[in-house]
Design a protein around this ligand. Structure first.
Ligand SMILES: Nc1nc2c(c(=O)[nH]1)N[C@H]1C(S)=C(S)[C@@H](COP(=O)(O)OP(=O)(O)OC[C@H]3O[C@@H](n4cnc5c(=O)[nH]c(N)nc54)[C@H](O)[C@@H]3O)O[C@H]1N2
Ligand SMILES: Nc1nc2c(c(=O)[nH]1)N[C@H]1C(S)=C(S)[C@@H](COP(=O)(O)OP(=O)(O)OC[C@H]3O[C@@H](n4cnc5c(=O)[nH]c(N)nc54)[C@H](O)[C@@H]3O)O[C@H]1N2
Ligand code: SF4
Ligand SMILES: [Mo]
Length: 739
């Protein structure tokens, strides 16, 4: 907790309190912040479509209302994403709202080790502003940071980013999207000139050759997998994953490559394609740069060498190359097996290169397609105001700053001229004493960040930690000095942007418990108490904020300024960007958008770039002491991340093991005399964790797999980062097992 030196108290700027009646009363009165209000704009006894609040698939769910409140839901048959389907999480999406550990009032921990005590919003806001201003005053603008999320609505992300950076003078903020999508962002920006996943889900159905790399679609994106199941072209489904995952079992070809041998493998694959002449020369010549240098670079990745590194035989490599060559519509898809790697950006680009050189981009059923994770990761990529200036702009570009300032009617000098530190740099900054206060919004880093014990130490080092969450008992809340209670998905309005760039509706169909407020309204309160609310006078509600965002997007590759209001999004079944005003006509009947059909990319010369590097070794190779590679990831379609939400559903709890477990190959188990379902210890250089042994051939000898959903998992993982994206390498560290 922060104790303020006497002399400093004088210099802290006064906190501007709410004018007129006390905040709590204002919050309760209808039409202001809407606490406890019956949801507006909906017919009381009707059905309305909202987008699911878990994964990036963005399924449409029909919420059935009684007296204006949600009573149940069914998957929407009309929504173009899911066509009547939903996974178990979607069906259970309303259950977590009812949990008994919902955060219902702001809470303060007055002394370290003490309990959180309920306070009203007035006191919470005064404490929040006083403490953060004190820290800033004493230690400068770098000393306060925020960590946010891919799971709040886009309007909230934009508000948070603008409030902190333009209004509060905070320099550094990042999100859990660093753990997740940063690699894809860096790869696309460098290769295409803008962060632009090019596909539409229809491509799953149109493709005749589907290459899934480090992606366990059946578990992580079950409804995307259903879209593949609807494919009428008898497609080859190729899975490249060290594990025999549920998706690998369902595929027509599985290449169990050695963990983190992807870069070498794909360079080798490119080499085979080139040496056989299986490339599209005219596409390369017309639409790309630097192919010759790329060809030169990969010439040393001979089948023999690649086979040795990846464990995939030369014949198999040739067979894969041939399958890609024979495909008329080949699509490449990747997720965390690529993004969460020490050379993830170049690996993603190795896939982009394959699509470019075979001309498999811009046509139905093709593409170099990064699948996102969280419901609104794509919203955060454009509007979190962390690595990009709002709307995919550049902090360092004076014209961009001026444009944003003009649209928001703020002074250009309020906008920082550089992007923020990345997540890991913020954590390091805490250890270096540069960051003293942290505001965490809708992410649970004390469970999900790498090298967990170190993360928790960092939280304890802070002078002041604010956590804004819908629950009062998460691993991160356990360290908080102040808890701000947030309304959840379905208790607020806004939009999510799904993996295929579709902007879809989120609606207030339920009332948040107690004093909990939507994140949007918490940001309004903060602006007011901080004294910068004049700057945000136009951010009166999410829809008005949406209109500002639409203006900010104008002229950008993500231009959606043709969308006038929420109703239009609803009427069209969601709208994919880009959607400038001249592309609005006929949208209701033809709502599929794919990028690059004209072969024009977003670099100034409109060409895509071939990018490549020398492969590099992993940070922590296996050795005699730690002979196993630990892989981590999603465990079941019923579990969501740190399980704050999904564990609240009795139905979902029945669909996965209750206790932490590790998957180990039968040969290893036999050798080490490990009985199925016995307790064993997994040990890394960071920690030891007791787990249940799940003996299964889905992991290969020498490898282990642990799902990320159990609290202790990330005690084992280590911090190593892709140099371009600074995304952590969650999927490789050296461990051992003992009885
Ligand atoms: N049920 C459920 N669904 C989810 C989520 C959830 O928590 N639960 N989370 C969502 C989010 S945020 C995300 S980011 C996505 C993640 O979706 P995915 O990326 O599909 O899921 P993961 O299980 O993390 O990782 C995918 C695969 O990468 C493989 N892999 C590990 N190392 C390597 C390697 O070196 N090379 C290759 N080629 N593959 C490797 C793993 O074996 C694993 O099967 O899922 C989303 N969907
Ligand atoms: N070992 C390992 N670790 C991993 C991964 C892995 O593959 N392996 N994957 C990584 C990936 S890809 C990701 S995306 C991260 C996810 O990591 P986290 O973001 O830490 O996981 P969540 O459980 O989704 O945390 C979201 C938090 O926000 C709260 N919340 C939900 N809705 C709202 C809301 O509307 N407002 C507010 N204020 N709070 C809300 C939830 O209660 C929860 O505490 O984990 C990463 N960690
Ligand atoms: S697939 Fe994703 S978006 Fe669809 S219902 Fe399941 S969790 Fe929700
Ligand atoms: Mo993620």
């Amino acid at each position: 907790m922060l104790t303020l030196p006497k002399q400093l108290q004088k210099v802290v700027p006064p906190i501007r309190q709410w004018e007129g009646p006390k905040t709590a009363e204002l919050l309760r009165s209808p039409g202001k912040f809407g606490l406890g209000q019956v949801p507006a704009n909906l017919v009381p006894d009707s059905t309305t479509n909202v987008v699911c609040g878990f994964c990036s698939t963005g399924c449409g769910l029909n919420v059935h209302l009684k007296d204006g409140q949600a009573v149940s839901l069914t998957p929407s048959t009309q929504y173009p994403v899911n066509m009547g389907m939903a996974c178990p999480k979607g069906w259970e999406a309303l259950t977590p709202l009812e949990a008994s550990d919902r955060a219902t009032t702001p809470m303060i921990r007055r002394k370290r080790g003490g309990d959180l005590e309920a306070v009203d919003w007035d006191e919470a806001m005064i404490q929040f502003c006083e403490k953060l201003k004190m820290v800033q005053e004493a230690h400068g603008p770098e000393s306060v940071a925020f960590l946010s999320t891919g799971q709040i609505v886009t309007e909230e992300m934009a508000f948070l980013g603008a409030l902190t950076k333009f209004g509060m003078g905070i320099l550094h903020g990042d999100g859990n999207t660093r753990q997740c999508m940063a690699t894809a962002v860096a790869a696309y920006k460098q290769s295409f000139g803008f962060d632009a996943p090019p596909y539409t889900y229809q491509d799953f159905e149109e493709s005749d050759t589907i290459v899934l790399v480090g992606s366990n679609l059946c578990i992580a994106h079950p409804i995307m997998w259903q879209r593949i199941e609807r494919n009428q072209h008898n497609p080859e489904i190729i899975v490249i994953d060290p594990r025999k995952t549920e998706t690998a079992v369902a595929a027509t070809q599985h290449y169990p490559i050695a963990p983190k041998s992807d870069l070498v493998f794909f360079y080798g694959l490119a080499n085979v394609l080139i040496s056989k002449g299986w490339v599209d020369d005219s596409y390369i010549a017309e639409h790309t740069n630097d192919f010759d240098a790329f060809r030169e670079h990969i010439s040393k990745f001979t089948p023999e060498m690649v086979s040795k590194e990846s464990g995939i035989s030369e014949e198999q490599l040739l067979h894969l190359a041939k399958t890609i060559h024979q495909g008329k519509r080949v699509s490449f898809w990747w997720t965390m097996g690529v993004n969460q790697g020490h050379e993830g950006t170049r690996t993603a680009q190795a896939l982009i290169n394959l699509a470019l050189m075979t001309g498999n981009i811009g046509r139905p059923g093709t593409g170099a397609n990064s699948i996102t994770g969280q419901c609104n990761a794509m919203g955060s990529r454009l509007f979190s105001n962390t690595t990009n200036l709002l709307g995919g702009h550049d902090f360092a570009n004076p014209q961009h700053r001026q444009k944003v300032a003009d649209i928001l009617e703020i002074d250009e000098s309020c906008i920082p001229t550089q992007a923020s530190w990345a997540y890991d740099q913020i954590i390091d900054g805490i250890f270096e004493g540069k960051i003293k206060a942290l505001w965490v919004i809708a992410t649970n880093g004390a469970h999900s960040w790498i090298h967990q014990d170190r993360f928790k130490q960092a939280m304890e080092k802070l002078d002041f930690l604010v956590v804004q969450d819908m629950y009062s008992m998460t691993e991160t809340v356990a360290h908080a000095d102040l808890l701000l209670p947030a309304a959840a998905w379905a208790e607020k309005d806004g939009v999510f942007i799904n993996s295929e760039r579709r902007i879809g509706p989120v609606k207030k169909v339920a009332i948040a418990p107690g004093q909990a407020l939507s994140d949007f309204n918490i940001f309004r309160l903060v602006a007011r108490y901080w004294g910068c609310d004049d700057m945000f006078r136009r951010w009166t509600n999410p829809e008005n904020a949406f209109k500002l965002m639409a203006s900010l997007s104008e002229g950008q590759p993500c231009d959606f300024s043709g969308i006038n209001d929420y109703r239009m999004i609803d009427d069209c079944g969601g709208i994919q960007w880009p959607c400038p005003p001249d592309e609005v006509e006929g949208l209701e009947n033809d709502n599929e958008r794919r990028l690059f059909s004209d072969g024009k990319f977003f670099h100034p010369d409109q060409k895509a770039k071939f990018l490549f590097s020398e492969p590099t070794p992993v940070a922590e190779p296996t050795d005699d002491e730690f002979p196993f590679v630990l892989l981590t990831g999603r465990g079941s379609s019923a579990q969501w991340h740190t399980e704050t939400r999904t564990k609240k559903s009795e139905v979902l709890r029945k669909l996965h093991p209750a206790e932490i477990y590790v998957e180990i190959n039968p040969k290893d188990a036999q050798r080490l005399k490990i009985e199925p379902n016995s307790k064993i210890v997994v040990k890394s250089r960071r920690a030891e964790v007791e787990v249940t042994a799940s003996v299964t051939p889905s992991v290969y000898p020498g490898q282990l797999f642990m799902p990320m959903h159990y609290a202790k998992m990330n005690k084992l993982t280590m911090g190593s980062f892709d140099p371009y994206s600074r995304q952590p390498s969650y999927k490789f560290c050296a461990v051992n097992v003992c009885l």
